[in-house]
Design a protein around this ligand. Structure first.
Ligand code: ADP
Ligand code: MG
Length: 348
C-alpha cells in the first residue's frame, strides 16, 4: 500500500496561550480531496500552515508521502516539501505575467518543456489565452484560477487550499469551484482544502473532517455527515435545524410529532433535531402531517420555499418545501416530521 499523501499524527500548536490545534490526526490518501470544515477560529488555517511547513509543529508529527517533514526539532522548510499552496488572497506576483507566475515553482530545466507545463496547467483552468496578461488585468475568478494553475504546474503530490473561494462573489464562486474540482481531479493530486462553508465542502470533498476548537469532531463522506451527524454541532453546521426537547423513557423521546428512538438512559434529557426539509407540511389537512399549526411567514426562494410555522402552543418550526406551490401566510396547515430524518442527541 502506498503511504498517505499527507499524514498528521497527534499534531498540536499553540499561539502563546491560545491552543489553536490540539492532538489532531488526519490522513489524506493519494488523489483524495479532503475538506477541513469548521467555524472561524477553530484552527483550520493553522492545520494547513503546519502541513505546509509555514509553522513548526510543537507536538506530534507531519508526514508527506511517507516522509517525516515536521516534528519538534525536525522541520523541513516549505520549499522542500513539494506541496502546492493556494490561499484566499491568491497572492500572485504583481510584476510577473500569468505565464511567469505559473512557471514560478518550475525548475528552469529546458525551456520548451517548461513552456509546455505552464500551458498545460493554464489550459486545465481555462486560462491559456491569458498567459501574457498581468495579474491586475485579470478578474478575481481568473486570478484565483491562475493561482491554482501555479500550484498545480509543478505536479505536486499534495495541494493545500485555504478558503480559496471566499474572496469571490457567489456566482463566480460556483464557476471557479467547478473549474477547481475538475483541475484537481485531472491532476490526480491529493488535496486538503479548508472551508467554513458546509455546502462548499460537500461539493468538493471525497471526505470531510469537521473541526471544532482545534480538534476533529467527526469525519466521513459528505452524505454520511449530512445524514448521520454525531452531534448537534455537526448537524447544525450543515444547515438550519429545528430542536425539540424531551425526556427519555423506554429508549424513546416523545414529541408532539410522535415518539422517536433515543438510545439513552431513562429519565435523561434528549434533543430531537430535524432539518427544515424533513418537516412535512400538509396544505389541505388530508395527509400524514397531522399536528395542527399555522403559517407565520413565507419566503419563496425559487427552487424552494422557506416557511416559518407555529404550533398551537406557539412553538416555531422552520420548514423548507420544494417547488412553487406553497401555503399563504396565516393559513392553517397540518405539520409532521419525517422520522427517518430526525436525529436524537443527549441534551447539552
Ligand atoms: P481558522 O482558520 O479556523 O479561522 P486559525 O487557525 O486561523 O483558525 O486560528 C485558530 C486560533 O488561533 C484562533 O483563536 C486565532 O485567533 C488564533 N491565531 C491564529 N493565528 C494567530 C497568530 N498569528 N497569533 C495569535 N493567535 C493566532
Ligand atoms: Mg482560516
Amino acid at each position: 500500500m502506498s503511504s498517505p499523501a499527507l499524514m498528521l499524527d497527534m499534531v498540536s500548536y499553540a499561539y502563546g496561550q491560545v491552543q489553536a490545534v490540539a492532538e489532531l490526526s488526519l490522513n489524506v490518501a493519494p488523489g483524495e480531496v479532503v475538506c477541513l470544515l469548521g467555524p472561524s477560529g477553530c484552527g483550520k488555517s493553522t492545520v494547513l500552515r503546519l502541513a505546509a511547513g509555514l509553522e513548526e509543529v510543537q507536538a506530534g508529527r507531519v508526514f508527506i508521502n511517507g516522509q517525516l517533514v515536521g516534528a519538534p526539532n525536525h522541520h523541513v522548510p516549505p520549499e522542500s516539501r513539494n506541496v502546492g499552496l493556494v490561499f484566499q488572497d491568491f497572492a500572485l506576483f504583481p510584476h510577473l505575467s500569468v505565464c511567469d507566475n505559473v512557471g514560478f515553482g518550475l525548475r528552469p530545466a529546458d525551456a520548451a518543456r517548461r513552456r509546455e507545463r505552464i500551458m498545460a496547467a493554464l489550459g486545465d483552468v481555462g486560462l491559456a489565452h491569458l498567459d501574457q496578461s498581468f495579474p491586475h488585468m485579470l478578474s478575481g475568478g481568473e486570478q484565483q484560477r491562475a493561482a491554482l494553475a501555479r500550484a498545480l504546474a509543478p505536479e505536486p503530490k499534495l495541494v493545500l487550499l485555504d478558503e480559496p473561494f471566499s474572496g469571490l462573489d457567489t456566482r463566480l464562486r460556483e464557476q471557479v469551484r467547478d473549474v477547481t474540482v475538475e483541475a484537481l481531479r485531472k491532476s490526480g493530486t491529493a488535496t486538503l482544502m479548508v472551508t467554513h462553508d458546509a455546502e462548499e465542502a460537500m461539493f468538493m470533498a471525497d471526505r470531510i473532517a469537521v473541526m471544532r476548537e482545534g480538534r476533529i469532531v467527526q469525519e466521513g463522506t459528505p452524505i454520511d455527515l449530512y445524514r448521520r451527524p454525531a452531534s448537534l454541532f455537526v448537524a447544525a453546521f450543515f444547515g438550519e435545524v429545528n430542536r425539540l426537547a424531551g425526556t427519555v423513557k423506554n429508549g424513546e423521546v416523545s414529541t408532539r410529532f410522535g415518539r422517536v428512538p433515543a438510545p439513552f438512559a431513562d429519565g435523561s434529557e434528549a434533543e430531537v433535531v430535524i432539518r427544515p426539509e424533513a418537516i412535512l407540511v400538509d396544505l389541505d389537512g388530508k395527509g400524514v402531517a397531522t399536528v395542527p399549526g399555522r403559517v407565520v411567514s413565507v419566503h419563496p426562494l425559487g427552487r424552494s420555499t422557506r416557511l416559518v410555522l407555529a404550533l398551537e402552543d406557539g412553538t416555531r418550526m422552520k420548514a423548507r418545501i420544494w417547488g412553487l406551490h406553497h401555503p399563504a401566510a396565516g393559513a392553517s396547515v397540518g405539520i409532521g416530521i419525517d422520522p427517518r430524518q430526525a436525529f436524537v442527541f443527549p441534551a447539552d
